[in-house]
Design a binder for this molecule. Sequence first.
Ligand code: UGY
Ligand code: MN
Length: 248
Amino acid sequence: MHNLGQTRSSHQRNHLLLTPDTFVRTTLPGMKNAFANVHVGPALGAAFTEYTVEFEPKGELGPTAAQRFIYVMDGAVTLEVKGKRHELGARGYAYLPEDFPHKIAAKQKSSVAVVEKFYEQIDKIQLPRLIVSSEDSISSHALDGDSDLQVKCLLPDEPHFDFAVNTMVYQPGAALRMVEMHVMEHGLIMLEGSGIYRLGDSWYPVTAGDFIWMAPWCPQWFGAIGKVPAKYLIYKNWNRHPLGDAKK
Ligand code: UGY
Ligand code: MN
């Protein structure tokens, strides 16, 4: 049915909500048998890009000069690095440092979330290394002592990593304890369930499949609604001074 110009998607100064009815597919250099829905990037003022890739069987992702993080939402992909093949199924993920030759190909129809960011080097620090893992093997912790809100940190919280990617699972009725306002920006993909997201001065119904970008200091709060838990994958910049390398 025609939607008569209605959508939940909203583009505001300090946040963006993208719902699947407004996704427009594009291709990126080097991609084969695959499409990308680019959700956010420097064109919007973000210091990273995040996109989802819809692979056909044997589809391939092109190269990047930046750090790359991938999370398999559906299906299965093969990651080839230095002649070694790693199989990633649903909830499998990988972190690839900058300038790290690799090949990512789908074994079947698959859907993968991708985050890319140019590395912010700090002096005398070892560089991050390749990580290949699965969310299933990471243990969760309660956020602010609330056992109904479980967080899994997919990357090590070590100073050489300049970003974090976490999953957060809210039992129905669970909510963030406070409205957060912080220097970090977020890219967020709703993986399961539904709820209400406060972004800036607006409250949005959100559900699995939606994407949200939150600019630095965007007021944010979430409460899960429905009979099943709500789960999202969330990126944030991390471990770096707010002045960056502005002196150089
Ligand atoms: O890590 C975070 O800042 C997270 N608690 N933010 C959020 O869920 N909007
Ligand atoms: Mn936050």
